[in-house]
Ligand binder design. Structure first.
Ligand SMILES: NC(=O)c1ccc[n+]([C@@H]2O[C@H](COP(=O)([O-])OP(=O)(O)OC[C@H]3O[C@@H](n4cnc5c(N)ncnc54)[C@H](O)[C@@H]3O)[C@@H](O)[C@H]2O)c1
Length: 250
């Protein structure tokens, strides 16, 4: 039996697109891919943040990195980004769909309802606009970029797509129904796409991440005094490492 040889050489010079690229976890993705020689386009709705994040990765790694303003919910914006990436780097080989997250507008104030007096703080008080915005960002914000940014891979019959799901896809978290449902949909479309795109030589996988201390988690995990909420103590108690993850462990 021969010993398997692992190497990242095949990533060298590959063109990687990272959506939500100026965010905390996707920033780590960018630094890791830059370190093994990929050319990277960081796409983010926030133009300044995308360009700053790209500059930071260049300083750190010397890799070829560009920051592009792009809304993952807009076909026109994604098509414009694809044209720019193709002209600066060539065809896309790797796509990381990392734009996503939860919002207060899609979060119930209470975990369970036992009296209709609390209806406004519960599921019954959620506005559909808030639900839509979180569901669409996570689900459509994975679907639409895949439709537009994986076409180069299909032409080449080779490529990799990584979607970011969550443990909330398997066990919906209290208070965040739209986020949990959207991540379940991300896991589901990942399996569907893996089968649909397999004959084109494209691998589609999703990471179901646990709980990392990022900006968007802060309002859910800590109270105003900066103490971990009882709900998050329970969440952490159910994790293997019994603490929040550090983003560098992503
Ligand atoms: N933080 C966690 O514990 C955790 C756990 C599981 C999964 N995730 C998932 O990991 C991914 C990254 O999370 P993070 O914690 O690093 O979040 P983050 O908020 O740091 O990054 C998200 C990025 O997406 C960008 N974005 C938002 N809307 C966009 C749009 N319409 N178009 C393009 N970009 C847009 C934001 O500007 C931001 O830079 C998300 O999908 C999140 O749901 C996070």
């Amino acid at each position: 039996m021969t010993t398997p040889q692992f190497s990242f050489d095949e990533i060298n010079e590959k063109v990687a697109v990272i959506n939500g690229g100026s965010g905390v976890l996707c920033g780590d993705f960018a630094r890791a891919l830059a370190g093994i020689g990929a050319k990277i386009a960081l796409l983010d709705i926030n133009k300044n943040a995308a360009q700053k994040a790209a500059g930071d990765v260049v300083k750190l790694s010397g890799a070829q990195v560009i920051g592009i303003a792009c809304d993952v919910l807009s076909k026109e914006s994604l098509e414009a980004a694809r044209i720019q990436i193709n002209s600066e780097f060539g065809p896309i080989d790797i796509l990381v769909n990392g734009a996503g997250g939860n919002a207060k507008s899609a979060t119930t104030e209470i975990e369970q309802i036992s009296d209709m007096v609390d209806a406004p703080k519960s599921f019954y008080g959620l506005e559909i606009d808030g639900f839509n915005s979180v569901f669409n960002l996570n689900f459509i914000g994975t679907l639409l970029p895949t439709q537009i940014l994986s076409q180069d891979m299909s032409h080449k019959k080779s490529g990799v797509i990584i979607n970011i799901s969550s443990m909330a896809a398997f066990h919906p978290l209290s208070k965040i129904p739209a986020y949990s449902a959207a991540k379940a949909a991300v896991s589901n479309i990942t399996e569907w796409l893996a089968v649909h795109l397999a004959p084109m030589g494209i691998r589609v996988n999703a990471m179901a991440s646990g709980f990392f201390l990022t900006q968007q988690l802060k309002f859910l995990a800590f109270d105003e005094a900066g103490n971990l909420t009882p709900r998050y103590k329970r969440v952490i108690g159910k994790t293997a490492i019994k603490r929040l993850g550090d983003h560098e462990e992503f």
